[in-house]
Design a protein around this ligand. Sequence first.
Ligand SMILES: Nc1ncnc2c1ncn2[C@@H]1O[C@H](COP(=O)(O)OP(=O)(O)OP(=O)(O)O)[C@@H](O)[C@H]1O
Ligand SMILES: [Mg+2]
Length: 198
Amino acid sequence: MALELIAHGAESKLYRDGSKLIKHRIKKSYRIKRLDERLRKYRNKREVKALRKAYNLIKVPKVLEVNDYKIIMDFIDGEVLRDVISDLSNEEFNSVCKKIGLYVKALHSKGLIHGDLTTSNMMLRGSELFFIDFGLSEVSSKVEAKAVDLHVLKEALNSKHYDIAERAWRIIRNAYGIIEVLKRLKVVESRGRKKLKI
Ligand SMILES: Nc1ncnc2c1ncn2[C@@H]1O[C@H](COP(=O)(O)OP(=O)(O)OP(=O)(O)O)[C@@H](O)[C@H]1O
Ligand SMILES: [Mg+2]
């Protein structure tokens, strides 16, 4: 089967090859060549490491093959959550939001910070939820890092899904349930508000 370009992100081109997905981190010609190579290799490695670790905790595509600039993983034959979240039934919506909270909790409990938790980096295949795009992930057991991870998610909901954000957040927060991180989130948020006043 011929390769089919399915997405062209900021850093990479993504192709479908039958049941496989190829994520190829592409050259950025505005970067100095050696720096560009180092950065692409680094982000690729970081994503592979996180995907492999997360695979034992939540649903993520399985990594099949890797080289310096490419990851070959399972192709998820589904939809990006951003595109379908508003069309879900009440029951589906509640179940997806609960899963998001539980997935983030499972990652954080093992010190894995996703780094870019948005509905564009989540996919739905039937009732199965997958997290993707771990290129900005980090390993940290710090409460602050976890709170910032949640803050990114909450902001993404507010900006992309204003009408359902509050309802979604209530379910996600309850499922997540790590009290000290949720407390720190309030501090992170108040910091954000102070900055806005300046
Ligand atoms: N395993 C997969 N199976 C099916 N589709 C995928 C898979 N991984 C990524 N995609 C599709 O490719 C898009 C981009 O993937 P990803 O977010 O990993 O790349 P990216 O270069 O970081 O993109 P962006 O800069 O837009 O975030 C996703 O939104 C999704 O539509
Ligand atoms: Mg992405």
